[in-house]
Design a protein around this ligand. Structure first.
Ligand code: NDP
Length: 327
């Protein structure tokens, strides 16, 4: 038996609770992992609270991030004792995830835990941090350099935003953080933001084109915010879009793209091919100051993860939440 959060949906409603689960209930997979740590991402918040249609099968163990040690393996690439990390691949959505003491997974989904990180640091980065790195890599791939000008990061106090600011600042970019929490200005500056703007500036409907400001962007908000960023991005600038914290819509025009040659790059972490994942984790080992993870992260127990998910959805959580599933 092991402890885990189970999400159930039936005539009695949608609910998440910590339960004792029998090993025989574990799903199919060729690697069994003793989970050390998991985390709470926006998607986990949606899953646990039922605020979004994230969970596709019931009952479900949520948790899109896993760091732990292989307990047994039928996969030639992994053996008992290997330290591994997993992000995405539908885990916590269609396949039981990391908010439990044990997980059974496909070995192809796993990434060896980089020696630079402890299990706690790996989930402190988690899907949010690895997605932030994918955004930074996309900016670089499109040729954006620190000398090109300011990079705007939205949802700055959240998980993706916090890690994006820390990485971009370490790489020498001038970062402008956009946040709805003025009380966190000092936090954002400690992470490396040069300036902090109120998110209200970007969240209202805007014009198709505005004064050019941004060389690049990491946007987690979507909707009018993403449209306004595209409209104010400099000639040939690059906007990466990975989130929908402000809405799924994209009320933009083609003007930024056809008149200013702006590039809009979509970033997905869930099905991201393995070579790029490995590269992102390697880059995190060199380009993220792990000292800043302490500032970004706070830890909760498995049972505390349930009320904390509601706080995350209410925008009351700063940075990243790691979950010690054995506590
Ligand atoms: P968090 O909850 O940690 O952070 C989200 C932040 O967005 C909040 O802290 C807040 O920042 C801001 N925000 C929330 N609501 C609104 C709103 N209505 N309007 C404007 N800003 C808002 O989430 P994550 O950082 O984990 O994820 C951010 C987004 O990225 C989510 O939409 C998530 O689904 C997506 N995502 C996508 C991935 C992918 O593979 N494409 C992977 C990981 C995340 P502040 O308080 O500073 O204003």
């Amino acid at each position: 038996m092991f402890k885990g959060i189970l999400i159930e949906k039936d005539d009695a409603g949608y609910r998440a609770s910590v339960q004792d689960i029998d090993d025989s209930q574990l799903p199919e997979g060729d690697v069994t992992v003793r989970v050390a740590m998991s985390s709470l991402n926006y998607k986990d918040g949606l899953a646990i609270t039922g605020k979004g249609p994230v969970v596709r099968k019931f009952p479900m163990v949520p948790g899109i991030d896993i760091a732990g040690t292989v307990e047994s393996s039928n996969n030639p690439d992994y053996k008992a004792g290997d330290r591994v990390v997993l992000n995405g691949w539908g885990v916590g959505e269609t396949h039981w995830g990391g908010l439990a003491q044990k997980a059974r997974l496909k070995g192809d989904w796993l990434v060896p835990l980089p020696a630079a990180f402890s299990e706690k640091q790996a989930v402190a980065i988690g899907t949010a941090g690895y997605t932030a790195m994918l955004c930074v890599m996309a900016l670089e791939r499109q040729g954006v350099k620190p000398t090109d000008g300011e990079i705007v990061v939205t949802g700055a106090v959240g998980g993706v935003g916090s890690v994006a600011i820390a990485v971009l600042a370490k790489l020498g970019y001038t970062v402008v953080a956009v946040s709805g929490r003025p009380e966190e200005t000092e936090y954002l500056k400690q992470l490396g933001a040069a300036e902090v703007l109120d998110r209200a500036i970007l969240s209202a409907p805007g014009k198709p084109l505005g004064k050019e400001r941004w060389a690049g962007a990491v946007d987690v908000v979507g909707s009018h915010t993403l449209a306004n960023i595209c409209a104010t991005t400099k000639y040939r600038g690059v906007v990466t879009a990975c989130g929908l914290a402000g809405g799924m819509d994209f009320p933009s025009s083609v003007a930024p793209f056809i008149l200013r040659g702006v590039t809009l790059v979509g970033v997905d972490s869930v099905m991201c091919p393995r070579p790029e994942r490995l590269l992102a984790w390697q880059r995190l080992a060199t380009d993220l100051d792990v000292g800043k993870l302490g500032l970004i992260t706070h830890e909760v127990s498995l049972a505390e993860a349930i009320p904390t998910a509601a706080q995350l959805m209410a925008g009351q959580v700063r940075g990243r939440v790691v979950v010690d599933v054995n506590r």
